[in-house]
Design a protein around this ligand. Structure first.
Ligand SMILES: Cc1ncc(COP(=O)(O)O)c(C=O)c1O
Length: 398
């Protein structure tokens, strides 16, 4: 017996790679501030939990494979209120954006085809590609430009005759970049000229700072047939554990492919879908309040990082990640050391080494990704631990 080469190829997600070490440290009594993973600590709105209280008892049948009508209608309305036009039957419900991404890549890419994305990129894109034997191609986004989308020529260099799609996270995990209309249009031009699908992952679209305006790929004309819009309630309503995502497309062939893939896994959890539909009754007030909280956290972590000698960092414009360069040669070694050998009064931090977010891991060797999903006090404590940790680690290694 043997495990398939397909799975052997898959690397552990950079976000959870150090989890066994963290578990051992926690078992040994250390308190760990988890800045490695984007799981928000914000309360899910009450309306979500109330739904479960009031649910009718009896049998619990499978939901339709494409998702329940109320939720598809709720997402359609949410989009419509934001200038994005998808009818409920152009939306299907998935088990998180993770399943949406898996299905989207499965539907558009064959063995050895290529998908283009930014470098750095959300590390789990690569785990999806690896399990489907799809190759990753990237174009660089650089800290000194705020991780902006580069010029058209640079994007085009990533295109080959194997390219089938461009996959963009906006606002971006892991860099916190948010792309302007012009940057998105540049992607669209390359996609149109090379006949590529655009897979737009907009799970962070409600987290936009400094009053900036977010532009969705869904608002842009001329790409309707090639756009696949991936979404989720995980971050939007801090409901990661609900595992509810969605995929929207006007491309009928693509939707027919989705029909096959979704029927093969029967359905997504029924009650979670009912409750998710209720979440979409939240008003703009809710989004505003949550956004203000994240902006405060963004400001705190940015200010605190700037106080640490040797750290350089860009201010995120969206999402809830920040990607500083640290004065260390190997951030993975430093991250492990923080968990295994360091604490301040019994407390330490867990960070995601950035090497797993780059096509060439060497490019992220001095960087880490931090998620500002803890409250301001905890962020301040965590940054104090980081500062002390860097000092001691570098003294030790001198
Ligand atoms: C950019 C991006 N896309 C997709 C996902 C997956 O989201 P979900 O929890 O809906 O599967 C994440 C989770 O962190 C993410 O950061």
């Amino acid at each position: 017996m043997k495990i398939s080469q397909r799975v052997e190829r898959v690397e552990y997600s950079a976000i959870r790679k150090l989890s066994p070490i963290a578990k051992r440290a926690e078992e040994a009594g250390k308190k760990i501030y988890h800045l490695n993973i984007g799981a928000p600590d914000i309360d899910v709105p009450d309306i979500y939990f109330d739904t479960f209280k009031n649910i009718e008892r009896g049998a619990l049948p499978y939901a339709p494979s494409e998702g329940i009508k109320e939720l598809r209608e709720a997402i359609s309305k949410y989009y419509k209120d934001r200038n994005i036009n998808y009818a409920p039957d152009e939306i299907i419900i998935t088990s998180g954006a993770s399943e949406a991404l898996l299905f989207a890549v499965e539907a558009v890419a064959d063995y050895n085809d290529e998908i283009i994305t930014t470098d750095p990129f959300y590390t789990n894109y690569n785990t999806v590609f690896q399990q489907l034997n799809v190759n990753i191609e990237t174009f660089k986004t650089k800290p000194e430009t705020g991780f902006a989308i580069p010029d058209k020529e640079t994007i085009e260099k990533a295109v080959t005759d194997k390219s089938v799609a461009v996959l963009i996270s906006n606002p971006t995990n892991p860099t916190g970049a948010m792309y302007s209309r012009e940057e998105l249009e540049r992607i669209c031009e390359v996609a149109i000229e090379n006949d590529l699908f655009i897979i737009a992952d907009e799970v962070y679209r409600e987290f936009i700072y400094d009053g900036n305006e977010f532009v969705s790929f869904g608002e842009l004309p001329g790409i309707e047939d090639r756009l696949i819009l991936v979404d989720s309630i995980s971050k939007r309503f801090a409901a990661c554990g609900a595992r509810i995502g969605s995929i929207a497309s006007k491309n009928k062939e693509f939707m027919a492919a989705m029909d096959k893939l979704t029927t093969s896994r029967l359905a997504v959890a029924t009650l979670e879908q009912v409750a998710a539909a209720k979440l979409y009754e939240e008003t703009d007030e809710y989004f505003k309040k949550v956004n203000e909280e994240y902006q405060k956290r963004r400001d705190t972590i940015y200010e605190e990082l700037n106080k640490i000698p040797g750290v350089s960092v860009e201010k995120p414009r969206g999402a809830f990640y920040i990607m500083p360069t640290l004065p260390v040669e190997d951030s993975e070694d430093f991250a492990k050391w923080l968990l295994e050998s360091f604490d301040v009064d019994g407390e330490t931090i867990m960070v995601a080494p950035a090497n797993g977010f780059f096509k060439n891991p060497e490019d992220g060797k001095s960087m880490v990704r931090l998620a500002f999903i803890l409250n301001n006090d905890k962020i301040k404590k965590s940054m104090r631990i980081l500062k002390e940790g860097l000092k001691e680690y570098n003294l030790r290694n001198e």
